[in-house]
Write a protein that binds this ligand. Structure first.
Ligand code: G16
Length: 546
């Protein structure tokens, strides 16, 4: 053990922490300019090794800054079942990240002591990275941290974030969830997709065609890899494949969702289905332009509605009574919440932003459909629900309709990545649902109409001055901010607005929705000004949208 600590001391000198730099484990791990992250990566390698010893399982470390610009990077830690690490360990991550160089060993020993970790235990860490130019050396720093503490790392190289979550889960369930290889991942997903769509006769090439914006990132590489498996049952035109454009620049799911316009670099014909991935392929949004050239976005809320409708119909056909719920955040469009609750009679929960929160809430249902409006989401099936469905699919005494529905539910379970939101898996599920229901993207879009909305960002000196409550729907500090928002909201019809500090970028996010786009834009602008004035805005007052 002594020599492990000596090795940590020696190696940490090669990954020094800039004195005084303080970073927080945010919505999805650490995230900032890549130049500030070398020591963080080394230390997360140390922490993942401890977590592996504590849980006696394989832990994942994904080097990515997802939707952020190319210059940034970040790290997401993955727990044994493929879920996010627990809040206590997020706290340790922050503690280790911020210990000054000379205090690192003390901070490390503190975690070992608090968690009573047996340092002679084996430790295994899976490491993956996105396509950012900084990712290679940063993932090496993670592996240096693992080896300094005597752990073993397995380098998966370039993978999407959800692929690494999947590998970790497969490894720790001893193959029950699938093979812990990229090939195993494709094979599980495409087999389920082919099973789901095989009963749909006479699909035209148009119906099988989908344009994918790969955000110039890892998702593009992986779509290419998977394409051959799909046997032309899905014909993909891939744009923004990274061959020329910059990662996430004017493209990708975040750009499309926030700007509410098509990405650059994608050829779009009226009525054609298109989708965008984000920088690490854990988010997806769909969209199309109509014959008048108008842009229509089908975001995470519309995806959740489509999937919930499909599952509910299958459950009815299969004749099983399982408790289904939907989980959203404050960003969910008011129309989507009303549709799910009033029309579909589905229980809806609202949590704080961050899939870790949604995932947790979704576990309370037999079937939990969780999606953030930004397109990050998946579906969770409880173990009991999976067993009921499996029994039914194998039951010789039920009629054909019930059996068919039960088998479809089984294949739906297999095409979904239950460990985390996954753009590729979600895309296959959505394509299968549209094919099975014989639905066009226009028909899907018309399930309900979104309330016009707007998202803005405000720069403040320290975004931590904003504190929120009620799943981020109310600001409790700074004083006067919520009152200002309340009195602004009253001036518009069907209006709602909230603000929250981002956990991935150094900004405060502002959301507003209202009956008209003009009102939503105006409200978002006025709330931004209130944030600027009351929360210490910097860099010039937010400008009115044109
Ligand atoms: C991450 C999280 C998402 C979250 C998003 C934005 O996404 O995984 O759950 O919605 O950040 O978070 P914030 O508003 O706090 O900046 P990704 O795709 O960037 O990893």
């Amino acid at each position: 053990m002594m020599s492990q600590f000596q090795e940590v001391l020696k190696q940490s000198g090669l990954h020094p922490k800039p004195a005084g730099l303080v970073l927080q484990y945010g919505t999805a791990g650490f995230r900032t300019n890549a130049k500030k992250l070398d020591h963080i990566m080394f230390r997360m390698g140390l922490l993942a090794t401890l977590r592996s010893r504590k849980t006696k399982a394989t832990i994942g470390v994904m080097v990515t800054a997802s939707h952020n610009p190319e210059e940034d990077n970040g790290v997401k830690l993955i727990d044994p079942m493929g879920e996010m690490v627990t809040p206590t360990w997020e706290g340790y991550a922050t503690q280790l990240a911020n210990a000054e160089q000379e205090d690192l060993l003390t901070a490390l020993k503190d975690v070992i002591e608090k968690e009573a970790i047996d340092m002679s235990q084996e430790a295994d860490v899976f490491v993956g990275k996105d396509t950012r130019s900084s990712s290679a050396s940063l993932s090496q720093a993670v592996m240096d941290g693992v080896s300094a503490l005597g752990g073993h790392s397995k380098d998966y190289g370039l993978v999407t974030t959800p692929q690494l979550h999947y590998m970790v889960c497969c490894q720790n369930t001893k193959g029950k969830y699938g093979d812990a290889t990229v090939e195993g991942y494709y094979s599980k997903l495409y087999q389920a997709f082919i099973q789901l769509t095989k009963s749909v006769l006479n699909r035209t090439d148009d119906q099988k065609h989908l344009s994918v914006d790969g955000a110039n990132g890892i998702g593009a590489l992986k779509v290419r890899e998977m394409e051959a498996h799909l046997k032309k049952e899905l014909q993909i035109s891939l744009f923004n494949d990274g061959s020329k454009g910059k990662l996430n620049h004017q493209c990708g799911a975040d750009f499309v969702k926030v700007q509410q316009k098509p990405p650059t670099g994608v050829e779009m014909n009226p009525g054609e289905r298109c989708c965008s991935f984000d920088g690490d392929a854990d988010r997806i949004v769909y969209y199309f332009i109509d014959s008048e050239g108008q842009f229509h976005l089908l975001d995470g809320d519309k995806i959740a509605t489509l999937i919930s409708t499909f599952l509910k119909e299958l459950l009815t056909q299969a004749g099983v009574d399982l408790k289904m719920g939907a989980v959203q955040t404050a960003y969910a469009n008011g129309s989507s919440t009303r549709y799910l609750e009033d029309t579909m009679q589905v229980i809806v929960r609202c949590t704080k932003t961050g899939v870790k929160h949604l995932h947790h809430a979704a576990q309370e249902f037999d079937i939990g459909v969780y999606f953030e409006a930004n397109g990050h989401g998946t579906v969770l099936f409880s173990k009991a629900a999976e067993e009921i469905i499996q029994h039914l699919a194998e039951d010789a005494n039920i009629n054909d309709e019930r059996k068919r529905a039960a088998r479809m539910l089984q294949n739906t379970i297999n095409v979904i990545n239950q460990t985390v939101g996954d753009a590729i898996a979600d895309m296959l599920l959505i394509e299968a649902i549209l094919a099975i229901k014989g639905m066009t993207i226009q028909q899907w879009d018309s399930i309900y109409s979104d309330l016009p909305n707007r998202q803005l960002k405000v720069k403040v000196a320290d975004r931590r001055v904003i504190d929120t409550a009620d799943a981020e729907r109310r600001a409790v500090s700074p004083a006067g901010l919520q009152d200002a928002i309340d009195s602004l909201v009253k001036k518009y019809r069907k209006a709602r607005s909230f603000v929250r500090p981002s956990g991935t970028e150094d900004v405060v996010r502002v959301y507003a929705e209202a009956e008209t786009q003009e009102s939503a834009d105006d409200l978002a602008h006025k709330v931004s000004l209130a944030v600027y004035r009351l929360a210490g805005g910097v860099g010039g007052e937010p400008k009115q949208l044109l």
